[in-house]
Design a protein around this ligand. Structure first.
Ligand code: ADP
Ligand code: MG
Ligand code: ZN
Length: 502
């Protein structure tokens, strides 16, 4: 199937109703691995962060990471789940070279958290409730690198390298119940859900949840059923989608592909699919029927996890404000419209604005610079706002200089430009580039006199009562002072000198 074999999105929705299931894996930000004391720091040499436990050597015994369990409970509570009074780990047996034990320690029929929901906000403000099936603890695999082939895939490679530094890093897998009733908005719901979940995880402080770094990845299950029918169709499972935009595109593509197959009388195969960033398409992975046999059995080397109720309640009390509610509060505090708030969110500017305000800037200033000048610069240079070499504290300093009257907007823009160019702190840039507003009356007066002398005809018009013409003289003074004059004061001076009322 190629991209051209798709049914249009509208046609697909005219005949079929999408059902989705989202499985999200989150790598926890614990210092050590889930079942051993190895560091989770990944910047080290290959296989330097390993021990007999995470290498699966015979006789090595795992021990559960308490922070891993605590993080799982926090996530479960934030997702409105029940927390198991007692649960166990299970072995999921399969062979894969990047998994040295030949089984993954996971949870099967006894997850630590189950039966919850997450309310997500769609772009028009509507709230959609996504039901959560379970959130369970497991561990990551190592990493294979296939060498010698053209594509980096195993096909055509001469050999493969294995790095077990990631093997055993704690993961939480969060699985939704089938998401029904989203209709044409299914892809939007998928994206909004993953976005909300990511914010939640970050707010809980259990992971940085950076999708581009693989700390959070999503499998998108999707099926179609004829409109008006109940029974679910066969699903495909697009694996490891690692950006919000890709989640939306993958769901959209699968809707169009399924519709094409079904409407031409074909059948959907239950299989995994690979997502392709370049054109937003998916291609077949491996066939996956429900009879897959992982020979799950309870992990005999780990004691059951039975979190004390008072611990769970303590964790519940310590939960942070939910991101969706926090956003509503900030929107209120900043006095912005739903639409503006959405743009701020989309730009990834919320935390930067919050930090800039905390550093002393007024809300409107903080918002204006991040969403204006800086958003433009980020766009032009293909960076995220948080990757720009300017800190909220530096921006707050610029805002303070504006508030003091030392800078006007135009000069402030140049100061920001200087900071971005690596010329130093705002004060250093002001100093080096000589960017202070000229409010020294003597200097202004001289500049105004020069402008009047050089534009005699205009000055006459103003004397004759055509006050609007003053703008041209203000312009001349601003030009002569390289934009550094206080424009309002210049205007006053011009009118004063020409003897007219403002
Ligand atoms: P697996 O281990 O095969 O991935 P899971 O139960 O962990 O199975 O996840 C399957 C996901 O797909 C869940 O989110 C589930 O709600 C969803 N799902 C199950 N059946 C369907 C279906 N027919 N169409 C769409 N989604 C489905
Ligand atoms: Mg799955
Ligand atoms: Zn280890």
């Amino acid at each position: 199937m190629t991209v051209t074999d798709l049914v249009s999105y509208e046609d697909a929705l005219a005949s079929y109703d999408p059902v989705m299931g989202l499985e999200v894996h989150v790598e926890l930000g614990t210092k050590t691995k889930m079942f051993c004391g190895c560091s989770t720091e990944l910047k080290q040499d290959a296989n330097s962060q390993t021990c007999p436990v995470c290498l699966g050597l015979p006789g090595a015994l795992p021990v559960v990471n308490e922070i891993g369990v605590e993080s799982a409970i926090k996530i479960g509570l934030a997702l409105n789940c029940e927390i198991a009074e007692w649960c166990r780990f299970a072995r999921k047996n399969y062979f894969y070279p990047d998994m040295p034990k030949n089984f993954q320690t996971s949870q099967y029929d006894e997850p630590i958290a189950f039966d919850g929901y997450l309310d997500v906000q769609l772009e028009d403000g509507e709230i959609f409730r996504v039901q959560i099936e379970r959130a369970h603890m497991e561990e990551d695999t190592g990493k294979s690198t296939h060498v010698g082939g053209a594509t980096g895939r195993i096909h055509g490679a001469s050999h493969s390298l294995l790095d077990y530094n990631r093997a055993g890093i704690p993961l939480i897998e969060i699985v939704t119940k089938p998401i029904e009733g989203a209709g044409a908005r299914a892809p939007e719901v998928a994206k909004a859900y993953v976005a909300e979940l990511r914010e939640l995880i970050k707010a809980l402080g259990v992971s940085e949840a950076r999708m581009e770094m693989g700390q959070m990845r999503c499998d998108v299950n999707l099926s179609l059923r004829p409109n008006g029918t109940e029974k679910f169709g066969t699903r495909s499972e697009t694996k490891n989608v690692n950006s919000l935009r890709s989640v939306e595109r993958a769901a959209r593509f699968e809707i169009q592909r399924h519709a094409a197959v079904l409407s031409s009388g074909g059948t959907i195969v239950q299989e995994t699919r690979h997502f392709h960033e370049e054109d937003g398409s998916t291609t077949a992975g491996r066939i996956k029927d429900n009879a897959e046999d992982y020979r799950y059995f309870p992990e005999p080397d780990l004691v059951p996890v039975a979190p004390a109720r008072d611990w769970v309640e303590e964790l519940r009390k310590g939960l942070p404000e939910l991101p969706r509610l926090r956003r509503a509060r900030l929107k209120e505090e900043w006095g912005v419209s739903e639409h503006d708030m959405q743009s701020i969110l989309n730009a990834g500017a919320v935390e930067l604005i919050v930090a800039t305000i905390e550093a002393g800037a007024p809300a409107d200033q903080a918002r204006k610079w991040w969403m204006g000048e800086l958003a433009r610069n980020a766009n032009e240079t293909g960076r995220g706002l948080d990757e720009l070499p300017i800190t909220p504290a530096q921006l707050a300093r610029v805002a303070a200089l504006v508030a003091k009257g030392d800078l006007n907007d135009k000069l402030a823009r140049q100061v920001i430009e200087g900071v971005l160019a690596g010329e130093g702190d705002p004060d250093t840039v002001v100093e080096k580039r000589g960017l202070k507003v000229v409010s020294d009356e003597g200097a202004l007066s001289t500049a105004v006199d020069a402008a009047i002398a050089g534009n005699a005809a205009i000055a006459d018009k103003i004397r004759g009562g055509k006050v609007a013409a003053a703008g041209a003289l203000v312009g001349a003074v601003m030009k002569a002072t390289r934009g550094q004059a206080d424009a309002a004061r210049v205007r006053e001076l011009i009118l004063e000198k020409l003897g007219v009322e403002g």
